[in-house]
Design a protein around this ligand. Structure first.
Ligand code: DC
Length: 227
């Protein structure tokens, strides 16, 4: 990775940005598997820091304390798996309360700056599929293909509900929908690195596409570019 955020020339990067529960993670994984590439779930970094703040009593509205915590935590990777303090990060970061806390701490530029180097270091050969909110706009501005994945709020809440139940968490659809709309509004309206499509991004609405079809659409875009 070069200092200006450009992947080293031999490392191709596909970015997939979009709102909460748009299926970015699943699509990124499917595309990466098809291409034999690495993945970066950037939301997991924000969630890991948020969860650490919650368990250690660090205020979610204190950017300096959060930045100190981020530096002390040493968030990194073992392969594509996320680690904090050398320990694998598990499903505990998937709870809704942790996602909401992640969205709150993500508004602070000091927090975002702390998490930037680990995200850029994830670009390794043979390639990276990175998902999040600002992958195409801030973290990998020179990415080879940028996708912006959307879906209606109701269908995203439905998917999230199914996911949580499958993981053994309790979930209420109406609460999920409201939380998701609040989170969308905060992520899209924040001053630094807001959720928005890069001008050159391919916008994909997956409301009426299944996982397989969505992955295929991204792969088609990729193959159209590389010929
Ligand atoms: O994708 P996710 O739901 O796991 O992300 C959790 C929160 O982290 C999201 O609401 C906002 C923040 N986030 C961010 O600000 N930038 C990213 N690239 C990824 C996530």
């Amino acid at each position: 990775m070069t200092p200006d955020g450009r992947p080293a020339p031999e490392v191709p990067v596909i970015t997939i940005d979009g709102p909460t529960a748009s299926g970015k993670g699943t699509i990124a994984l499917g595309v990466a598997r098809a291409l034999g590439w690495h993945t970066l779930d950037s939301g997991a970094l924000y969630r890991t820091l948020a969860r650490a703040a919650m368990t250690r009593g660090v205020a979610l509205d204190d950017p300096e304390a959060l930045a100190r915590l981020a530096a002390a935590l040493s968030i990194g990777f073992a392969g594509d798996a996320l680690t904090a303090d050398g320990q694998a990060v598990g499903d505990e970061i998937r709870q809704e309360a942790v996602g909401a806390a992640a969205s709150r701490i993500a508004v602070y530029p000091a927090v975002r700056a702390c998490l930037l180097p680990a995200q850029r270091a994830a670009a390794r050969t043979p390639g990276l599929v990175a998902d999040g909110r600002d992958m195409g706009t801030v973290v990998f501005p020179r990415a080879d293909l940028k996708v912006f994945l959307t879906a209606s709020a109701a269908s995203r809440a439905m998917r999230r509900h199914k996911q949580l139940i499958e993981k053994g968490f309790s979930a209420n659809f109406d609460d999920l929908l409201q939380d998701l709309q609040e989170r969308d509004a905060r992520d899209a309206s924040r001053e630094h690195a807001p959720l928005q499509a890069a001008p050159e991004a391919v916008v994909l609405d997956s409301t009426h596409l299944d996982i397989h079809e969505t992955i295929e659409r991204v792969l088609q875009e990729w193959h159209r570019r590389v010929g």
